[in-house]
Design a protein around this ligand. Structure first.
Ligand code: CA
Length: 233
């Protein structure tokens, strides 16, 4: 059965690169949309709800950094692959810190970009909707992320902002092993004085809130020597 083509939005102001990307991505079966300046990116994203965003950094109107940050502030969870000029290591760090999932240094091979797009789209499973993610159901437990609450059959518990971010990340990577380092990088963004123990403490508290039997977790499980995994059906 043919599935609905995935929508990729390319925000890039270099006509020759736009041409190549459109051509390559369309031949791979993607539905391609293009914004050639930064200022039209957010209205397009809001209207289009792409499955993946390819985002140049240096753009007329608004920078790729600003756009990525706005997307994450709006809780859009689609993967973002940033395009950066050669040797801008600083850009890589900034980009990943503000919520980009990956980056490619120009000039890059389209095959490499395609491989990363496939990988990112595979990871963004059905739980990672392209709009804001609101509700996660774990058996009898309902997590309302926008309200920061967990509703259990006989009680209601509040979540901290960090716990909400942690759940969003775990849901986005549901049924995959997630290491403590990855959580530190992606959820804590290498904040000062955090370490893997910080992650363990938070996971343990979170279990108390979202599991019916936290001492024998069914959903947020420990993978010894690896990290954690959120198991979703
Ligand atoms: Ca540019």
């Amino acid at each position: 059965m043919p599935t609905k083509p995935k929508k990729i939005l390319v925000v890039e102001d270099e006509p020759s690169l736009v041409f190549t990307l459109r051509d390559t991505l369309e031949s791979e079966g993607y539905e391609v949309h293009v914004c050639e300046d930064g200022s039209s990116a957010m209205p397009t994203i809001d209207a289009l709800r792409p499955d993946l965003l390819i985002l140049d950094i240096m753009l007329p109107g608004k920078s790729g950094f600003e756009i990525a940050k706005e997307c994450r502030d709006l809780k859009y969870t689609f993967p973002i692959i940033m395009l950066t000029a050669r040797d801008q290591e600083i850009d890589k760090v900034t980009g990943l810190n503000i919520g980009a999932d990956d980056y490619m240094t120009k000039p890059f091979g389209v095959k490499e970009l395609l491989a990363r797009i496939h990988a990112r789209l595979r990871r963004a499973n059905s739980y990672s909707k392209t709009g804001p993610l609101d509700v996660v159901t774990l058996g009898q437990v309902r997590i309302e992320l926008n309200e920061s609450i967990v509703v259990k059959p006989d009680s209601e518990v509040e979540l901290t902002t960090r716990e909400v971010e942690l759940i969003r990340y775990l849901v986005q990577h549901a049924n995959e092993p997630v290491s403590r380092d990855e959580l530190l990088e992606q959820v804590w963004r290498y904040e000062f004085s955090t370490n893997t123990r910080t992650v363990d403490v938070h996971i343990s508290k979170l279990r108390g809130k979202i599991e019916m039997t936290p001492e024998d977790p069914r959903y947020l499980v420990t993978l010894h020597g690896v990290g954690y995994m959120l198991k979703l059906a």
